[in-house]
Design a protein around this ligand. Sequence first.
Ligand code: FAD
Length: 555
Amino acid sequence: MASSSCDFVIAGGGTAGLVLASRLTEDGSQSVLVIEAGADQSGNLQVKIPAFYAANFDGDADWNFSTKAQKDLHNRAVPLNQGRGLGGSSILNAQIWGPPTKGISDSWASLGNDGWNWDSLRHFHDMSYTYPSVPESSWKTLGLRSWPEQKDSNPGPITTSFPNATHPIRVAWAETLAKLGYPMSKDPPVKDRENIHVLTNATAERVIFEEGSTKAIGLQYRHNSSTTTVIARKEVIICSGAIQSPKLLELSGIGNREILAQHGIETIVDLCGVGEGLQDHLAVDIGFEAEALERGTLPQDGSRMPFNEQLPINLPSPSGHQQLRMLLEQNRPKQDDLPDRELARASAFYRVAEKALLDPASPSEVYRTSLGHNPFESDPVNGERTLNPLPGTYLTLVGILAHPTSRGNVHIQSANASVAPVIDPKYLSNPVDIEVFAEHVLYLQSLASSPPLSGLLKQPLRPSRAISYMADLEAAKEYIRIRAVSMWHPAGTCAMMPAEMGGVVDNHLRVHGVENLRVVDASVIPVLPPANLQSAVYAVAERAACLIKSQYGLK
Ligand SMILES: Cc1cc2nc3c(=O)[nH]c(=O)nc-3n(C[C@H](O)[C@H](O)[C@H](O)COP(=O)(O)OP(=O)(O)OC[C@H]3O[C@@H](n4cnc5c(N)ncnc54)[C@H](O)[C@@H]3O)c2cc1C
């Protein structure tokens, strides 16, 4: 077993891992090694163009995970694609940017994480991205009431923009802007630094500890069919994502003692929260046939197009709130069902969800439109994975459950690092979720019947599949059970919370009971924001870099 050394070893060159590597190497005296299991896909055009994101599914850039059969989804196993390659899930994702709400950011602090609230995180959101400047004349067409001036924005490395390229006019618009010299998003020039080392196609297998202690001193990884170690002079930082960071901890002897014993792994630290608290956003779509649209506005060939609008919304009717209050009370985690530590964690999460769901100013669902219909999900009736596009033009409305109360887990099923873990999100296991979701999915039909949208859709409404005609809440629930899919936002499996509440890392993202070991990625996010996850992951990684730099006095 050969070995080398550097200051920081990062296990996982994904979204969070690369932010950390980039920030830590701003100090030229520090050396960082990134170990990434996948390849460098930066030359792959399908990775760079948002509309192609699903084209990478099932290939080399995808771990191609699938959940355990989900009882409340008619025993379906749900595909849970995750990015495998430099950039991690950001190389697969649809590049939608949606920073979290203030309420959810503040809830992270309420779970015992000092310093993790909206006021303190806002700076780290700003550090990660720059928003586009939008002239007032365009606010209306973009659905904006107002837009801050760009001079108020920090120049973060990720340049966000509004969707384009779906209509010839928008294409021309983007080309015109480029010709006029407006900047396009560029990768920050980090790759050429001498103190950053990136090893692709290398899989981290376990953290190495000082003999007889709980101090992490390095990482064992597999590269080119041989096993190698690297010594971390300062820290090992696990950034392997919400599905595989808990796996790496368990393989290293950190986790629930009973689970480790089942696989013959010696316990270094008994930490029962590892792999627990798994949460994810479920989504359901209904495609409606469209009419009276100019040729070219919607795709004629049925291909899937990028999402173009996102609208967070609360429950449609006030009577829904009364029922919701009762439902929430009836389904609180109960002492009889759970051991003490699990009850503490489940109750803390539930309180956050209750507050968010009952807050009329907070969205309980996020709605989206997508041009075209959605042929790539499995057919709920015959299970076929790829459906033929339907002739005609379609607009798909998508509903995403913003605050799931159900929690699941992910654990190893073998001590062999090459074996995938068992992923059990327990989708909809808390009855609150299906009730809230069904009400919103029914509301999608009301939205489609409301002007001016109704004027663009064939009336009476003609959904893309017969099964999506929904008469009532019960029909909507059935539709959800056969059709809901993951939005690919797994989080919470190494939650930032005190150990006595079932947390895995402290508010500096250090693993409880271990020296020189941190986790920095979606797994530490204790409660999902109601929107897409990546902006929260970037902010977490930016903050982690700041905490680490300050601990070691780095530039
Ligand atoms: C298909 C898809 C679409 C999405 N769309 C959006 C969207 O439009 N907007 C949005 O905001 N969010 C979206 N997301 C979510 C977002 O991309 C993720 O939440 C975010 O990228 C997670 O970042 P991370 O750093 O936690 O993990 P990742 O970015 O997944 O990084 C983990 C990295 O660790 C590597 N790794 C794992 N195990 C090992 C090991 N043992 N050794 C070495 N390397 C290892 C992986 O290969 C990967 O590169 C999407 C996600 C997916 C999968």
